[in-house]
Design a protein around this ligand. Sequence first.
Ligand SMILES: Nc1ncnc2c1ncn2[C@@H]1O[C@H](COP(=O)(O)OP(=O)(O)OP(=O)(O)O)[C@@H](O)[C@H]1O
Ligand SMILES: [Mg+2]
Length: 319
Amino acid sequence: MSVYEATENVHNSTPQRTGEVEVPEGHQDVVDFIQKSYSLKPKGLVMNSLKWKYLIRSAVRGKNIMMTGPAGCGKTLAAKSLINGLDRPNFYFNLGATQDPRATLIGNVHFDKAKGTFFSESLFVKAIQTPNAIILMDELTRAHPDAWNILMTVLDSGQRYLRLDEADGQATIKVAEGVCFVATANIGNEYTATRQLDKALLDRFVVIEMDTLSDEEEHGLLTYLYPTVDTDLLQNVAKISFMTRQESLTDNPRISSGVSTRTSVEIAGLLFDGFDLQESANITIYPQYDADGGVDSERTFVKQIVQKFIDDGSNDDLV
Ligand SMILES: Nc1ncnc2c1ncn2[C@@H]1O[C@H](COP(=O)(O)OP(=O)(O)OP(=O)(O)O)[C@@H](O)[C@H]1O
Ligand SMILES: [Mg+2]
């Protein structure tokens, strides 16, 4: 365990960041802060005001927050907007992309000729010791189950520590005051890489479900992002997305998922750059749908929806 003793010394000498962040303290201050917090939401994020307030409240109260919802609906964007809005020290970890959870969350043992074996702690170890930090754990559902096991004690309000080595009960790092964890998850969606999140781990979070946007909200977002693009064209994009989402929610859907807001925003950007709707759909929407089954395929179905709006558009042009 000598490798970890060195780490303990490092921790004792780690400067603590305090006094830099304004965290509301008295109860009335907290209540006022939450009530006024809608102004902290950036215009470019479409999110229900109650849910945004709940997000802020959960962060201020140091809850562990889990953002859920289908792909491309704004989970990561909302989490990043929270970080910007509260102006706290922050750390970002994409757990879905991590091959080695121990190295990412705990650290690595290295060997050096001069120093011998030594332990270098992960950025995560530094993050949890930073008072009032907001720690974003993106794509937690895609993480390796080893990561979930390591996080169990960290996220438990009664424990709040990270064990550096499971074999040695001594080497633990305490989570600093005011640290808030924000995770994102695609729960129950079509992604095969998304593992079913352990129930015990999920229980440690407050869950905030992101809603998918209505066609009007999406049209508003696209117009806000690309005010110079023809608004009717953007409305067609929003309607196409909305119709595909509606279809995917029916009892007997012809497509398993709808076009996401991420894809709508991407299409709007292509229109802005001079592509037409047909071209944009060709490169962004169709590849997401299976062409197997010919006329009965998901792709054919989506093409029919898109075509309807393209035909409408060209008819307008003729008139
Ligand atoms: N609610 C929303 N408000 C504003 N923009 C949105 C919203 N949802 C999606 N977008 C747009 O889509 C992009 C992708 O969103 P984001 O990365 O937050 O999705 P996600 O829910 O985290 O998706 P994934 O599950 O694939 O990680 C954003 O950068 C933004 O342009
Ligand atoms: Mg995301």
